[in-house]
Design a binder for this molecule. Structure first.
Ligand SMILES: [Zn+2]
Length: 311
């Protein structure tokens, strides 16, 4: 079975009226998955809260305490679009805890793969700074957790969100043990993600950015995606694969858009699964990042889940 990690606590991160990253993204998805019965084919598990020590694998204690303080004193803004509400600290601990919950069950051998239907998202959060709707970098914490708790050496993070995951790149820029592979629209928010940003020191060559023009069509996208997985990832031989699953590459996403159709999320998932089968017993944890077309997000997630379920 495929794990789906979800809890209503994740709805409590309140971004305010009109914000694209809102609780309805998850509410609509849960309702849709229950209505079309896919929910019954998934193993639903609630996320535990990540501990401060686990968040500290990526973020300095001072930053974690700042987020806690802002929440406790009623909330505030980290930048013009990143909100911390009263319940956001607790929601963010559970959003970061979602992949950790999944990892524990997968490493026990109970399941092969998981999707974390969680928010706030994470890939823009750098170690020292939240931004772009993100408070803690969920996938970066998950990668560090796999290394520290389970002694895995090589982790792959595949990021297909339409935006570059600058925070994830920052977290592992000097690190050859975590291969970060991002395909994203460029030039676009947050401004980083040039091809030349390919890592530093020992990490040189372990950061793969594929910037794409806004008019890149799905066939071309999938062709490049396949090439990188086959050539670079197969060479790296990951022991676990984490996906930063952004559904804002969907063609009509209101703040992204890269011409992708709903069915393409199934195709991308299958390509990653093939690599996971080859290298790491199919072990994949996928984490929700972007995806803001409220009426379509549940269908994109459905395509992703149906592929994951084919294990
Ligand atoms: Zn995004």
């Amino acid at each position: 079975m495929t794990l789906l990690i979800y809890d209503d606590i994740l709805l409590q991160h309140d971004t305010g009226f009109g914000h694209p990253e809102n609780a309805r993204r998850l509410e609509n998805t849960v309702r849709y998955l229950k209505e079309n019965k896919l929910w019954e084919h998934l193993r639903i598990a609630r996320p535990r809260a990540a501990s401060v020590k686990e968040i500290g694998l990526v973020h300095p204690q001072t930053y974690i305490e700042t987020i806690n303080q802002i929440a406790e004193t009623g909330g505030g803004w980290l930048d013009s679009d990143t909100v911390v509400s009263r319940a956001s600290y607790n929601a963010a601990l559970h959003s970061a805890g979602a992949p950790l919950t999944a990892i524990d069950l997968i490493m026990k051998g109970e399941e092969k793969n998981a999707f974390c239907l969680a928010r706030p998202p994470g890939h823009h959060a750098t170690p020292a700074r939240g931004m772009g709707f993100c408070l803690f970098n969920n996938v970066a914490i998950a990668a560090k957790y796999l290394q520290s708790k389970y002694n895995l050496e090589k982790i792959l993070i595949v990021d297909w969100d339409v935006h570059h995951g600058n925070g994830t790149q920052d977290a592992f820029y000097n690190d050859p043990t975590v291969l970060y592979f991002s395909m994203h629209r460029y030039p676009f928010y947050p401004g980083s993600g040039r091809k030349e940003e390919d890592g530093q020191g020992k990490g040189k060559g372990f950061n793969i950015n594929v910037p794409l023009s806004f008019d890149t069509m799905p066939e071309r996208y999938i062709e490049i995606f396949t090439d990188v997985i086959e050539q670079r990832v197969n060479q790296f031989v990951p022991e676990f694969i984490i996906i930063s699953a952004g559904f804002d590459i969907y063609k009509k996403d209101p703040i992204g858009g890269l011409n992708m159709e709903i069915k393409d999320f199934g195709t991308l998932t299958e390509i990653v699964m093939k690599s996971a089968e080859r290298h790491c017993n199919g072990r994949i944890v996928s984490c929700l990042e972007g995806g803001y077309r409220l009426s379509v997000l549940p269908l994109c997630i459905e395509a992703h889940l149906k592929a994951l379920l084919q294990v």
